[in-house]
Design a binder for this molecule. Structure first.
Ligand SMILES: [Zn+2]
Ligand SMILES: [Zn+2]
Length: 381
């Protein structure tokens, strides 16, 4: 894995510390996953780049050993496989969004930054927006989306197919059904939030004391937790496991098309699961290509067959079909085999096979053939 951290932040190799910070802040603000148009993967990359380039020692190491610098993930938290939700991002940034009221937010460094809101390089724009707007907006948690690629033989894309795919993903624990509790255990009030599901904190900042409300991460906002934990998922209600997902690929799907399976992505406690995106790659066929609902092919016809007409057996996608070649057929003519094309979505009908004719002229003529053609010439043909 080699990454150009300078390129990720869009800065010059000689960029000053200030320029690194500025570039990071701008990108982090733009790509923040809680924002419309945010991008968790890019946000992750930008964070990783900043972790390295904002640290003198790591940066000089990176400059020396090039793009394959391996220590990028050794910082607080690490960046491997984190969930697309606020708490995890907060943890990545090196401070805690979990635990009791005592843990709180770390606003150190805030006063040092003109304009932007940043503590330890993390963008606080959203949080402050909440505070100043005095809104108690509860962020809806959502599991991560997954995207996979499926390659299909041409025929399967034409007629549709069902595929079972094994995904290793975070799923709801099927022992406790996501409750996190042992079977039959009673529920008790969550001690962390006193059963309210939310935690209010009074924070001292340079603006004075402000009150913040956030969803309790222990009970995921439920206010209740099971008395005894589920052994299988250690009380988390979710766990990483292999799960088979059935994917129905509709007839007539095109190369490059995307199928979305709503809710088939990763699960998250106290929120909706993400989606599964399947990108379809259709293998090319040695004879046919698709044009709308029609299957198109080329057919070489001998000169004598073109002049006299004949019948030719065509290998369609479902066995042989006899094609009538009328006498006098010419290069560029298109013949049809009705109803053997692509199934039409919804209507039950089908497109046709379109046969593009190419008359193959002989490269050389035998003596008797030459005499015959000579006869044609005398007849004015
Ligand atoms: Zn469980
Ligand atoms: Zn709680």
């Amino acid at each position: 894995m080699s990454k150009d951290y300078y390129q990720i932040l869009g800065i010059d190799k000689k960029a000053s510390k200030d320029e690194v910070k500025k570039a990071f802040r701008k990108l982090a603000h733009k790509l923040h996953p809680d924002k419309k148009g945010g991008d968790i993967e890019k946000f992750k990359e930008v964070n990783e780049a900043y972790t390295v380039l904002s640290d003198d020692q790591k940066r000089s190491q990176y400059d020396m050993y090039g793009q394959s610098f391996a220590g990028a993930n050794s910082g607080a938290g690490g960046f491997g496989g984190f969930q697309g939700n606020w708490e995890d991002i907060a943890r990545q940034a090196g401070f805690s969004a979990q635990g009791g009221p005592a843990s709180g937010w770390d606003f150190s460094g805030f006063a040092n930054n003109r304009g932007g809101f940043s503590a330890e390089g993390f963008d606080f724009g959203d949080i402050f927006g909440d505070i100043f707007g005095n809104s108690q907006r509860t962020k809806t948690k959502r599991g991560r989306d997954i995207s996979i690629d499926i390659e299909l033989p041409f025929e399967e894309a034409i007629f549709g197919v069902e595929r079972n795919v094994l995904l290793n993903k975070i799923s709801i624990c099927n022992i406790c059904n996501g409750t996190g509790g042992k079977k039959g255990t009673e529920m008790k009030s969550c001690e962390t939030c006193n059963g309210k599901g939310k935690i209010r904190e009074l924070k001292k900042t340079i603006f004075g004391s402000i009150e913040m409300t956030r969803v309790c991460s222990v009970c995921a906002g439920e206010g209740k937790i099971p008395k005894e934990k589920c052994d299988f998922c250690d009380g988390l209600g979710i766990l990483k496991k292999e799960e088979e997902v059935k994917i129905k690929i509709p007839a007539g799907i095109d190369n490059g098309e995307m199928i979305r399976l709503s809710g088939a992505g990763e699960a998250v406690k106290g929120g909706a699961p993400g989606d599964l995106y399947i990108k379809i790659h259709v293998k090319t066929h040695r004879v046919f290509h698709k044009e709308g609902n029609d299957l198109v092919m080329n057919l070489d016809v001998k000169l004598s067959d073109a002049l006299l007409g004949t019948k030719i057996d065509i290998h369609t996608l479902e066995g042989l079909s006899t094609l009538n070649i009328p006498e006098g057929v010419n290069t560029g003519d298109i013949l049809q085999i009705k109803g053997k094309g692509v199934p039409k979505y919804g209507s039950g009908g089908r497109g046709d096979i379109l046969v593009h004719i190419r008359v193959a002229l002989p490269k050389r003529l035998s003596k008797s053939a030459r005499e015959s053609i000579q006869k044609l010439k005398e007849e004015g043909l």
